[in-house]
Design a protein around this ligand. Structure first.
Ligand code: FRU
Length: 471
């Protein structure tokens, strides 16, 4: 048996055995998390023949970044997932330092993966190849090798191909760093997924009215939505402002109209996709019923990441919940997919009245819909708080690395909140998804409730959520 088959078998037994992760009090109950090791970006998100497939950047060998593999889960309903054989391992010269992020399409009835082969050199430089792999009948993937070498005029930071079909052609957006060290999005076309033509740069620093805008843009995704085109990307190197760009790297979007012939994407201003602490490198797909769905990495490669308490249980990071996207008044709105309602236990409980008198509610694995009038604050398991002062919604948590309190902000007119809580994560949807705040937090496992305070009135609907383990 080859070393690769042995490694794949090892990975399989790690996935299906009783991983140490299961004994972690902070192990997530209904989010997708790695059985062992480190997970980062969602990759290859696609619905094919009625089944959802989600691949992920994975280092199963350690809770740190390294030469990434592609893990693979599938699901019929976006709620119950099963492990699939590992899709990609970095075994070839052209990907030896990692099978980096990419996407999936259906071609000739098979799922085809387009990903980045990452190669690092001893002097610290690197190169990148965009590569193909196709599905085999047993659910494993056969590599077809590189199809795009490093384009001229760019550093070795060229990666994360996102491919889609339009008018009989394949198109790709690709993240790139120019020789001048600015972030760009390249636009390619192909008739067959193998021969690719670079049409030009469609977005980036010094384009479309932007000036400086970071030294690298990672994980671009471009798709039509409600009559416009949306470009999601993750710029690195934006300076923090008072209330914006507060995380190490940003993740946001532009709306505009893609001109396929001229290879141009005139667009509006950059807006952050999520105003919380941990959200990065999302990827979308279109479903058979015409919805645009997105998973994000509920994490970020910052100083907090590699000191998370879960590491002593052998795993780190997770996906966000799957979210449905829509455009409302030019704003990209996100809502948890309706399928997640399957997790709600029973009909839930209702309560209405002064925030001060609201009952303590279970918060380990729960969903809350809250209509708000007047100011209030909400303590989440004594580890994080939400404060609404009539103008600004402030999410504060204790940083698990420094022990300090830290905050994130949303300004607007608050009508409603939807909170999805897992054992160590929170996802907050403001005004039916007009804004989102996503975060990890690590409360004392004994502290399991949330409580309200304040002069305002709240109307609360509360459900406990079922656990949903990957099979
Ligand atoms: C984003 C990213 C991608 C890269 C991958 C490597 O988090 O840096 O640009 O392909 O992670 O794991």
């Amino acid at each position: 048996m080859s070393e690769v088959s042995l490694l794949k078998q090892l990975a399989r037994s790690l996935m299906t055995g009783q991983p140490v992760a299961a004994s972690d009090p902070h192990r997530l109950h209904w989010h997708l998390a790695p059985p062992v090791g480190l997970l980062n970006d969602p990759n290859g998100f696609i619905q094919a023949n009625g089944r959802y497939h989600l691949f992920y950047q994975w280092n199963p060998l350690a809770c740190r970044h390294g030469a990434k593999w592609w893990g693979h889960w599938s699901s019929a309903d976006l709620v119950h997932w099963q492990h699939e054989p590992v899709a990609l391992l970095p075994t070839e010269e052209y990907e030896i330092n990692g099978c980096y992020s990419g996407s999936a399409v259906q071609h000739d009835g098979k799922i085809t993966l387009i990903y980045t082969g990452n190669v690092k050199y001893a002097d610290g430089s690197r190169t990148a190849y965009q590569c193909l792999a196709e599905e085999l009948p047993d659910g494993t993937y056969r590599k077809l090798g590189p199809v795009i070498p490093l384009p001229e005029g760019y550093t070795g930071h060229v990666r994360d191909p996102k491919v889609w079909q339009h008018d009989g052609h394949w198109y790709m957006v690709l993240a790139a760093q120019s020789a001048e060290l600015t972030g760009k999005v390249l636009f390619y076309r192909s008739a067959d997924l193998t021969e690719w033509q670079l049409l030009g740069e469609i977005a980036g620093a010094h384009l479309n009215g932007l000036k400086e805008f970071g030294y690298m843009w990672e994980c671009p995704d471009l798709f039509p939505l409600d009559g416009q085109d949306v470009l999601i990307c993750c710029p690195q190197g934006l300076a923090a402002e008072q209330y914006r760009y507060l995380n190490l790297y940003q993740c946001g979007y532009f709306t505009g109209k893609l001109d396929y012939r001229q290879a141009e994407f005139p667009h509006g201003e950059f807006r952050e996709l999520d105003l919380g602490f941990e959200f990065y490198a999302p990827q979308t797909t279109e479903t058979a019923d015409g919805r645009r769905l997105m998973f994000g990495w509920l994490g970020l490669p910052d100083d907090n990441e590699l000191v998370q308490p879960t590491i002593k249980y052998g795993w780190v990071n997770s996906m966000t919940c799957p979210r449905e996207l829509s455009l409302r008044d030019g704003i990209l709105c996100q809502q948890p997919v309706k399928e997640l309602q399957q997790l709600r236990q029973g009909t839930g409980t209702d309560w209405q009245g002064s925030a001060e008198q609201a009952p303590e509610l279970a918060a380990v694995s729960a969903e809350l819909l809250i209509d708000v009038s007047g100011t209030f604050s909400l303590s989440l398991r004594d580890e994080a708080t939400l404060d609404w002062d009539g103008e600004c919604l402030i999410l504060t948590r204790r940083n698990w690395r420094t022990g300090e309190q830290e905050s994130r902000y949303w300004f607007g007119s608050l009508r409603s909140l939807q909170l999805l809580l897992d054992s160590s994560s929170l996802e907050l949807f403001i005004n039916d998804g007009e804004a989102c705040m996503t975060a990890r937090y690590f409360p004392d496992p004994e502290k399991q409730t949330l409580h309200f305070q304040g002069a305002g009135t709240v109307s609360i609907h509360h459900w406990l959520l079922s656990a949903c383990v990957i099979e």
